[in-house]
Design a binder for this molecule. Structure first.
Ligand code: EPU
Length: 330
C-alpha cells in the first residue's frame, strides 16, 4: 500500500493500492498499452489541493502527471502563447509569467495545485479565471488516444469544465496552452485588490505581491494547517430570493450573474450562521475565512464530512440556500 498523506493538502491519511507517475506523453501511452488501466479503478490526482479522502483505503491506482516544461509556441508583438506541462506547479508558472512580463495570470498567484488541474477546475480568484487565458488543452485517454480540446470545447463555467464530468475520468491532461498579453492589462476591481495596492504605480510584480498578501492574511497555509482552500462554491440564487434576503440582511454581499441570478458568498452565509471559527472534534471552520475548513491535526475524511454536513444544514435552515462542496470527495 502507498500513503497518500503527502498527496492531499488536507493532510488526511489514506492508503492507495498503487501510485504511478507519468513524465511524458509516451510514458502514459506505454502505461495504457501495458494494461495499467484495466488492473483496477484509477484516479488522476494533481497536487491534491482540491480533494477529500473520505475512506482510509482505496483499491485504486492513483495517477499523477510529472510532465514539466514551459515552452513558447507562438509570439507576436502583443501576445505570447505558452505550452505548459500539466505537472508544472501552478504558482511557479505564474511567477515565470510575472518575471517574463506576461500579463493575465497574476491575479491567480499563490493558488495551490498544478497546471493540469487549473484547466480541469477552471481556477479563479480576484476577478480572473483560467479559462480567460487558456487556448487549448491536450489530453490522452486510457486507451492512449490523444485529443486536443480548443477552449470553446472545454465547457468552462464557474469552477467547472467538461473534464470534471464522470464520463471524462478516463481522460488525462498532458499540456495546457495559455495566451498571455505582452502589454499591461490589469483586473483590479475585485474586492480589496485596488485598495491593497495603495496609490503605488501598478506593475505585474506589485499585483502578484498584493494578491499573495491578501491570500496569506485570509487563507491558512496547508503546510501549517491542512485545508483545501474554499470548501464550498459560492451559490448562485434567484434574484427574487436575494431581494428577500436583502430586506432582512441589508449588508449581504453579492455579485450579479445575469438579470435573474445573483451569486452570494458562501463564506458570508456560513459566518452569519454562526460557524466562523467553530470547532468540531479535530476539524474547524477557519476563523479568518469561513469558506475554508481546516484539519486541526489527525482528522479523518469522515470528520470533515461531518462538519461540512452540519454547516450545510444550518445554512439551509437559516437562508433556504443549499451550498455545494467545491472539493472533490473521493
Ligand atoms: N465573507 C464573509 N465572511 C467570511 C468570508 C467571506 O463575510 O468568512 C464575505 C467577504 O467579506 C466578502 C465576500 O464574502 O464580502 C467574498 O469574500 P472573499 O473575497 O474572501 O471571496 P470568496 O467569495 O469567499 C472566492 C473564491 C476564492 C478566491 C476569492 C478571491 C470561490 C469558491 N472561492 O472566495 O477561491 O480566492 O474569491 O477571488 O469562488 C478557492 O477556490 O479555493 C479559493 C480560495
Amino acid at each position: 500500500m502507498y500513503s497518500l498523506l503527502s498527496h492531499n493538502t488536507f493532510g488526511i491519511e489514506a492508503q492507495a493500492a498503487r501510485f504511478v507517475e507519468y513524465h511524458s506523453e509516451d510514458e502514459l501511452k506505454r502505461m495504457a498499452a501495458g494494461g495499467l488501466f484495466k488492473e483496477r479503478p484509477y484516479f488522476c490526482i494533481g497536487a491534491g489541493s482540491n480533494v477529500l479522502f473520505t475512506r482510509p483505503c482505496y483499491d485504486w491506482t492513483f495517477l499523477h502527471s510529472a510532465i514539466r516544461g514551459v515552452e513558447v509556441t507562438r509570439e507576436d508583438a502583443d501576445h505570447v502563447e505558452v505550452r505548459v506541462g500539466s505537472g508544472e506547479v501552478w504558482d511557479e508558472f505564474v511567477q515565470t509569467c510575472v518575471i517574463r512580463g506576461w500579463y493575465g495570470v497574476e491575479n491567480l498567484s499563490l493558488i495551490p495545485g498544478e497546471v493540469g488541474a487549473s484547466a480541469v477546475q477552471n481556477i479563479g480568484a480576484y476577478g480572473a479565471e483560467a479559462k480567460d487565458v487558456i487556448v487549448s488543452v491536450e489530453t490522452m485517454d486510457v486507451d492512449g488516444r490523444r485529443r486536443v480540446y480548443d477552449v470553446s470545447e472545454c465547457g468552462y463555467g464557474y469552477r467547472t469544465s467538461i473534464f470534471k464530468r464522470a464520463d471524462m475520468k478516463n481522460v488525462f491532461v498532458l499540456y495546457v496552452t495559455f495566451r498571455l498579453d505582452k502589454h499591461p492589462h490589469f483586473k483590479l476591481d475585485y474586492g480589496n485588490l485596488r485598495q491593497e495596492l495603495g496609490g503605488e504605480e501598478v506593475t505585474l510584480v506589485r499585483v502578484r505581491r498584493a494578491v499573495i498578501d491578501i491570500r496569506q492574511r485570509k487563507l491558512p497555509d496547508p503546510a501549517v494547517q491542512g485545508n483545501a482552500g474554499s470548501f464550498f462554491v459560492n451559490p448562485v440564487i434567484p434574484r427574487t430570493l436575494y431581494e428577500e434576503l436583502q430586506a432582512s440582511y441589508p449588508q449581504i454581499p453579492h455579485y450579479d450573474v445575469d438579470d435573474v441570478r445573483v451569486k452570494v458568498p458562501a463564506g458570508w452565509l456560513i459566518e452569519q450562521a454562526g460557524w466562523k471559527g467553530r470547532r468540531m472534534g479535530p476539524v474547524a471552520v477557519h476563523d479568518k475565512q469561513a469558506l475554508v475548513l481546516v484539519n486541526l491535526g489527525g482528522a479523518t475524511g469522515a470528520d470533515v464530512v461531518r462538519l461540512a454536513d452540519a454547516v450545510r444544514q444550518d445554512v439551509a435552515g437559516k437562508f433556504g440556500i443549499e451550498i455545494r462542496p467545491e472539493v472533490n470527495f473521493l
